[in-house]
Each structure stands twice: as C-alpha cells, then as structure tokens.
Design a binder for this molecule. Structure first.
Ligand code: SHN
Ligand code: NAI
Length: 195
C-alpha cells in the first residue's frame, strides 16, 4: 500500500533549502531545476561539487553558502532537502525543521522524510510522477523510460485542442464535465477485436 499524497509544487513561489553539496545534493538540485527552472534555492555545504558551482554560476536564483548548516539557515525557507553524509546531523536537522513545521526530505533516511522526490515523465505540459513508496528508485527510473517511450508525442496537440474546447464551452460545470467526457471517451473505449 502506498499512502503518499501526490501534489505538484510551484517551486518558483517557494524557497527551497538543500543541505549538502555532494553527489546526492547535486542529484537533488538537478531534479529541482529540471522540473522548476525558476525555483529559488539556497544550498549550504562546507564542500560543494564543481558541477553545482557551475549550475549556480548561470543561475542567480541559486545561492551557495559554503559552510556547515546552521539552524538559522531554515529561516524563511519552505521546503528542506537534507543530503549530508552525517546521519546524526541529518536527523537533528529534520527535528529542527519539524518544530518549525517545514516539509523536509532526508535523502538517506526514508522514515524521516515528509515527502519523496519522484521519477518524472515529461511530454510538453504533461508530467507524470512515479513513486515506488521508497521501495526501488531504480524501478521508478526504468518505468519512467518505459512510459516516456509509450506515451505518444502528439499529446501536446491533443491537450491544446481540449483546452480550446474547454475555454469555448458555455454552460454550467456539470454540462462542461459531460461534454469533455464525451469528446474524450474514445481514449478509454476498449478496442473491439472483430473476427
Ligand atoms: C525514498 C527516496 C527519498 C528521496 O530521495 O526523495 C529515495 C531514497 C534512496 N535512494 C537511494 C538510492 C538510489 N536513488 C536513485 C535515484 C533516485 N532516487 C529517487 C527518489 C528517492 N530515493 C525517494 C523514493 C522514490 C520512490 O519512491 O521510488 C528519484 C526517483 C528521484 C530523485 O532523487 O530525483 C531518483 C531517480 C530519478 C530518475 O532518474 O528518474 C538511484 C538510481 C540512480 O541514481 O540511478 C539509487 C541507487 C540504486 C537503488 O538503490 O535503487 C537510497 C540508498 C542509498 C544508499 O544505498 O546509500 C535511498 C535511501 C534508502 O532507501 O534508504
Ligand atoms: N536518496 C538518494 O537518492 C540517495 C541517498 N544517498 C545517501 O545520501 C547521503 C549523501 O551522499 P553523497 O552526496 O554521495 O555524499 P558526499 O560525501 O558526496 O556529500 C556529502 C556532502 O555533505 C556535506 N556536509 C557534511 N556535513 C554537513 C553539514 N553539517 N552541513 C552541510 N553540509 C554538510 C559535505 O560537505 C558534502 O558536500 C549518504 O548518506 C548516502 O548514503 C546516497 C545515494 C542516493
């Protein structure tokens, strides 16, 4: 059973703090910026990988702080991703974040996470997020590749046309729902194999 509640965040409206500038810090900042290029992010870490420095050089919304995490770094942040290699400190940071009611991901300790990152399939405006409930990130990554190949590339055109219909439809909410369901019913009809 997967009890996670999926949501899609507008990270450009929030301030994300990433703690740790190693491999995992790089993986997380890449995931954040691939999805939300205009996200405001601060990364704090005594050692920061060169790849992260290069990303920061070309992105004024990404600030780097070159020292160990201090509790004050949490001030005015909305979301925290903890990726240091110090398990005890990760745990302590999580407990401080909790007292401040901030949402926190501790990359190396799933039970301490308030949210998980997902594997993401992207086709224009369409985005499909995959979670294995922490069971196998590798499976999530592979499924992303399978879905990416399986989903047709012309979905964007179909979505644009449906948006145009949606904007044109007049009438109450129930009428619009009925009409949009009718137009798209072909997508879910089982194909009948005639002998
Ligand atoms: C719980 C979670 C918390 C979180 O990080 O949010 C978590 C935890 C851990 N990951 C570990 C390992 C790996 N993680 C990846 C990759 C990804 N990990 C991601 C998410 C998540 N990872 C969350 C659950 C997601 C879900 O429910 O499925 C993805 C989807 C998103 C992203 O990170 O952007 C991204 C794929 C993106 C893509 O390409 O599509 C790979 C594969 C690779 O890099 O190729 C490996 C090595 C192989 C393996 O172990 O499978 C370890 C063990 C560390 C150790 O052994 O030391 C832990 C800790 C533990 O499980 O204890
Ligand atoms: N969730 C995931 O996808 C994965 C999680 N992990 C786990 O994540 C952890 C980090 O792994 P790596 O990035 O590979 O390690 P790393 O050694 O490359 O990087 C650790 C970084 O944390 C920084 N750091 C240490 N103490 C700090 C502090 N007090 N404040 C701020 N920054 C601090 C270091 O300067 C370094 O930049 C490990 O425990 C690893 O097991 C590993 C692989 C995948």
């Amino acid at each position: 059973m997967n009890n996670l509640f999926p949501i899609f965040l507008k990270l450009e409206n929030l301030h994300t703090l990433i703690i740790g500038g190693g491999y995992v810090g790089l993986e997380k900042i890449t995931a954040v910026l691939d999805n939300s290029p205009e996200a405001t992010v601060t990364l704090v870490s005594p050692e920061i990988r060169q790849e992260i420095r290069e990303i920061a050089a070309g992105n004024e919304r990404l600030s780097l702080i070159e020292r160990k995490f201090e509790d004050e770094d949490l001030v005015e942040k909305d979301l925290v991703i903890v990726a240091t290699n110090d398990k005890e400190e990760n745990k302590r940071i999580k407990s401080v974040a909790r007292t401040r009611h901030m949402l926190c991901n501790v990359a190396d300790t799933p039970p301490l996470c308030d949210f998980y990152l997902s594997s993401v399939v992207k086709k224009g405006n369409l985005k499909v997020a995959i979670s294995t409930n922490g069971m196998s990130p590798t499976m999530a990554k592979r499924l992303k590749e399978v879905l990416n190949d399986a989903l047709p590339d012309n979905l964007e055109t179909a979505m644009e046309q449906l948006k145009a219909v949606r904007d044109m439809l007049k009438g109450d909410f129930a009428y619009k729902v009925d009409e949009l369901n009718r137009i798209t019913s072909v997508l879910v009809e089982k194909s009948e194999i005639k002998e």
